[in-house]
Write a protein that binds this ligand. Structure first.
Ligand code: GRG
Length: 293
């Protein structure tokens, strides 16, 4: 499989679905729908929804049944980026190679665009087809849990409160697990649920998601110090400038690279029970490790 053409084809399908689910720019009030669409269609890598679809396939399901979950996780991810970029949070001007949402629409509309993407995510997921083992209420609860105060929001809280303090390895792992790995894991679990996965399959894919999610963030930390802004589409060197605790800052670059490799191997090990059905997930784990932006 050629990963770049595979990803391009998946992004095209996902964009079509997102376009279908999101209110059009001509829906009143126009500004909020323009702002939501501005960030959703800004050229993100769509890694989380791509993983949702691949997880569904690994469990023998059809990607069409996983589309609502895939769109929902991308909406939550995009909301978190819009809010993270606000002046009261990470205060950034550039995201996905474009001015951040609040730079274009103002702080008030950016907050509301984030709120609306968070809310519409659950509206979309509620349209998903229930499966025998995973009723829609269970799928909604899974996504809400991963996005809430114990995980995604909780990670952001720990990140905010860690500013200007010297954090150790355990604090750093806690933040990364909450801020990054939890939503990535939920993306994978929801794909599995859309395919009526067995409890054992969900468990293995949860382990896969936790490992690949942490590896993804370790690589993200490395790229922040090794790649230029033009390549990343977001402000490079931001972590160092704001004295953030990152893997390279706490463990050094070599140990960070080794850790990303170890986590990717752990992710592969979790896929053993799936045989060939998980080849795409294997290729995606390797792609995430080798990525340059
Ligand atoms: C505001 C509740 C709330 C949470 C914010 C998303 C986030 C938490 C912070 C942004 C900074 C950061 C290090 C997030 C960790 C996850 C991450 C690496 C996001 C970027 O994901 P990509 O690279 O982005 O998949 P694209 O733009 O390609 O979708």
């Amino acid at each position: 499989m050629e990963i770049s053409s595979y990803l391009a084809a998946r992004i095209q399908l996902l964009d079509r679905e997102l376009n279908r689910h999101l209110p059009s720019e001509s829906t009143k009030p126009h500004t909020i729908h323009k702002a939501m669409r501005y960030s959703i269609f800004a050229g993100g890598k769509r890694l989380r929804p791509v993983l949702t679809l691949a997880a569904a396939e690994a469990c023998g399901g059809k990607i069409a049944d996983a589309f609502p979950a895939a769109c929902a996780v991308e909406c939550i991810h995009t909301y978190s980026l819009i809010h993270d970029d606000l002046p009261c949070m990470d205060d950034d001007d550039l995201r996905r190679g474009r001015p951040t949402n609040h730079k274009v629409f103002g702080d008030g509309i950016a907050v509301l665009a984030g709120d609306a993407l968070l809310t519409v995510a659950f509206e979309i997921l509620a349209k998903s087809k229930p499966t025998k083992r995973h009723p829609i209420a269970a799928q909604i609860a899974d996504l809400a849990h991963a996005s809430g105060s114990r995980w995604l929001v909780g990670g952001q809280v720990a990140d905010l409160e860690g500013e200007g303090r010297k954090l150790g390895g355990d604090d750093l792992k806690y933040i990364h697990r909450c801020k990054t790995a939890a939503l990535l894991t939920a993306s994978i679990r929801l794909g599995a649920m859309s395919a009526n996965a067995t409890p054992a399959q969900v468990k293995s894919l949860t382990t896969f998601g936790q490992s690949v999610g942490l590896a993804f963030q370790v690589i993200d930390d490395i790229l922040d110090v090794t790649q230029p802004t033009e390549k990343l589409g977001k402000s490079a060197g931001k972590d160092v400038a704001s004295q953030k605790a990152t893997y390279p800052a706490v463990f050094g670059l070599d140990k960070s690279r080794a850790e990303a490799g170890r986590l990717t191997r752990a992710a592969h090990a979790a896929l053993k029970p799936f045989g060939k059905n998980a080849d795409t997930l294997r290729a995606l784990a390797d792609y995430l490790l080798a990525r340059e932006y």
